[in-house]
Design a protein. Structure first.
Lengths: 288, 423
């Protein structure tokens, strides 16, 4: 039936049928809606801190206090070394990049459930929404990154050594990788949770477990020769966090293979995520 | 020759009722198993007609069943039907928020759907920011919105509030602004659902006028779902009547609306309440019968505008001598009261009493009507209100007329009306 109708020499702009092709991903359409993406970013930013006194300063409080707790627990109590980096900077840098991943994953993972009322009323490429959260989280990351630079500068002022170099060029790439990984995992979870919410309950504690298997509170070098080091190496987040510290402080070594492994993982996860998301977005309103 | 811009080919939509849980998981697994073996979805066979008042035997219902129709360029198509008839499901499929279970749909041109106004409005953002956000959600680019911004604010009439967060707006202002954005969209096809149910009368007229302009002046296609029959009557060039997920009628708005109204009316012209326990009434009065009797000269005829009608009803008075009078409201099916007739007050003893009202020929217009009978204490206090006591339809009948469209007006009296040469 579909074929006979399609063979007529009529040029329809849009054909809606029950069966969607697996790879029918319309990225061009997402691009056409880039103004919407910008408006969502603006909305997220403005809405979050309206009627607060400190505004975006709240972005600074969480990493500072987390770093202080990490100094106490991992530095003082567990006595884990920090690769020669001052402990405050070591933890702060790890938390800074980790937070970005965490925020991307957590906020994109509820895309469908949170925006059901908009999605139910009007069509636009659904991918615009998770993409916009990735961008609005980048604002938060930038502020925390500025905090990291300020604290580093302050420490440098005390000790007299400060590193700025070519390695810093790696940082945007690493942030992009974190964005890709957070987005990919997030939209997988959001696609899987439209009908059965079980995965969403798993997520918050999954993220917590992931934090401990990622070298945020300890350096990878600390694990050398330990039998479980290989397990940590499977985590695609590990090379990104390690390289972030390498790029920022120029301490440690650059592990190209690890980074390539992460990049490979990200591409696979993003691909699976987009395919799943694309499949679910057409009908999710019926089951959400 | 006009061009087909929407082609709907055998669209069906199945929904599963009940909760999502282990039961639905079992069905999903079963469905997947059929799919792997290359078989058809087993649950497509067991769906039932979507009648929300009846209890079904399975959890699956067809919200839409095999809907086929075309929409031509420049048409204003009204879609009417009871709640749950499938109107919203059809609009959802047309506006791409869900896909059909079976069948397909083809569209030419850019579609904008207004299933609600102000989708995505954020309470914390100002009117200005929300205009840009809402416009972008509806598919406009920043440049398009900027070029129309002044027009939108002007249309909504809220210039003074434009830089205030919309959470401070009155609900009317909110809707005005939201509709303003929507009205300035320039899609080829506009889909509108019941947005006119809000706002004051002045604004409703403005909104209706804008919709009319969109189609007649700018030549765009509009699909309009509404319960407001007079809006459908005035705006639409064609109408479709959906009932239980299927197309029940299609054609000129007036005919389709009438068909819809008739189908929803009950036709028991004569009702007798033999069981006093179940008869309408209370401790004071109780009805025995309620009849609409057309005084037909020929028994095969339908009750028409040329038929005198007698309305008769009997009731018991149970409380002894009471000063009582009757009040009878005749209403159109769209709930406009045509008249309220009052009987004189009489002292009624216990026993059966009868009220009779005559409506002459050439008074009512064609269409559906219902009657409320009120039994009143001494022309001051309602003892019992028998709401929608009986519903009936008056058919159209015209002698030597060249006018074939709907005769406008609530009543159609034949007053003396002369036309003479003066000079």
């Amino acid at each position: 039936m579909e074929n006979t109708a399609g063979n007529k020499n009529e040029d329809w702009d849009l054909v809606i049928s029950p069966k969607a092709k697996l790879l029918d991903i319309n990225l061009k359409e997402v691009w056409r809606y880039r103004d919407l993406l910008r408006m969502f970013v603006k909305r997220d930013y403005k809405a979050q801190y309206k009627q607060t006194v400190l505004g975006p300063l709240w972005y600074l409080i969480q990493p500072i206090f987390t770093s202080l707790i990490f100094i106490l627990i991992f530095g003082k109590i567990a006595k884990i070394p920090t690769d020669g980096i001052p402990p405050m900077l070591f933890y702060l840098s790890g938390i800074c990049i980790w937070n970005y991943f965490d925020a991307c994953l957590t906020s994109t993972s509820s895309t469908f459930v949170q925006n059901a009322n908009i999605f139910g009323k009007v069509y636009f490429p659904r991918l615009v929404l998770p993409l916009s959260t990735v961008f609005s989280n980048m604002i938060k990351f930038s502020i925390q990154f500025l905090l990291l630079i300020s604290v580093t500068a302050w420490v440098a002022f005390q000790t007299g050594s400060f590193y700025i170099g070519i390695n810093w060029l790696l940082i945007p790439l690493l942030v992009l990788m974190m964005a890709g990984l957070g987005l990919g995992l997030g939209i997988i979870v959001s696609s899987l949770t439209t009908k059965y919410r079980d995965f969403h309950l798993l997520l918050s504690f999954g993220v917590q477990l992931l934090l401990y298997t990622t070298p945020v509170a300890y350096p990878l070098s600390f694990l050398k020769d330990k039998p479980y080091a290989a397990w940590i190496a499977w985590n695609p987040l590990a090379p990104i966090v390690e390289t972030f510290r390498y790029a920022f402080f120029n301490v440690g070594s650059f592990d190209l293979n690890g980074l390539l492994y992460s990049a490979g993982c990200i591409i696979v996860i993003l691909f699976i995520g987009i395919v799943l998301f694309n499949k679910v977005e057409k009908n999710f309103m019926d089951t959400v | 020759m006009s061009e087909t811009v929407i082609k709907i080919e055998g669209i069906s939509k199945q929904y599963r009722l009940g909760n999502v849980g282990t039961g639905s998981l079992a069905h999903d697994v079963n469905r997947l198993w059929y799919k792997i073996r290359g078989k058809e979805d087993p649950y497509l066979k067991i769906g039932e007609e979507n009648d929300r008042s009846k209890k079904g035997s399975s959890d699956y219902v067809w919200a839409l069943r095999d809907i086929t129709f075309d929409v031509q360029h420049g048409e204003v198509l009204g879609i009417i039907g009871r709640n749950g008839a499938g109107k919203s499901t059809l609009l959802k499929i047309l506006s791409r928020t869900t896909t059909p279970t079976l069948g397909q749909l083809k569209i030419k041109g850019r579609v904008a759907s207004l299933l609600e106004v102000g989708t995505g409005f954020h309470p914390e953002l100002t009117g200005r920011e929300n205009v840009y956000l809402n416009g972008a959600i509806l598919g406009m680019t920043r440049k398009e919105i900027a070029s129309k911004f002044d027009e939108i604010v002007d249309f909504a009439g809220i210039e003074r509030y434009i830089d205030t967060p919309v959470k401070r707006y009155s609900s009317g202002m909110y809707v005005r602004l939201a509709f303003g954005v929507a009205a300035h969209l320039e899609p080829d096809i506009l889909i509108v659902d019941e947005v006119l149910a809000v706002g004051d009368a002045d604004f409703q007229n403005k909104a209706l006028g804008k919709m009319k302009d969109v189609s007649s002046k700018e030549g765009r296609t509009v699909l309009f779902v509404s319960h407001n029959m007079s809006a459908v009557r005035n705006l639409c060039t064609r109408a479709i009547f959906l009932g239980n997920g299927t197309v029940k009628g299609e054609g000129m708005p007036e005919e389709v609306i009438n068909k819809y109204l008739l189908e929803n009316a009950s036709y028991d012209l004569e009702q007798y309440f033999n069981d006093p326990q179940k008869a309408p009434g209370n401790d004071h009065v109780r009805f025995k019968s309620m009849c609409v009797i057309p005084e037909l000269s020929n028994a095969d005829e339908a009750m028409s505008v040329k038929t005198p009608i007698r309305i008769e009803f009997e009731f018991y008075n149970l409380k002894g001598a009471t000063p009582i009078n009757l009040s009878l409201h005749l209403c159109t099916l769209s709930d406009e009261i045509v008249f309220n007739a009052i009987s004189p007050v009489k002292i009624l003893e216990n026993g059966l009493h009868k009220g009779v009202l005559h409506i002459p020929a050439d008074f009512l217009n064609d269409g559906g009507y219902y009657i409320n009978v009120l039994i009143v204490y001494n022309a001051s206090k309602v003892i019992y209100n028998f709401d929608k006591a009986v519903t009936f339809t008056v058919e159209d009948k015209r002698d030597f007329q060249n006018w074939h469209k709907k005769w406008v007006g609530i009543v159609r009296p034949q007053f003396p009306f002369s036309l003479e040469k003066v000079e």
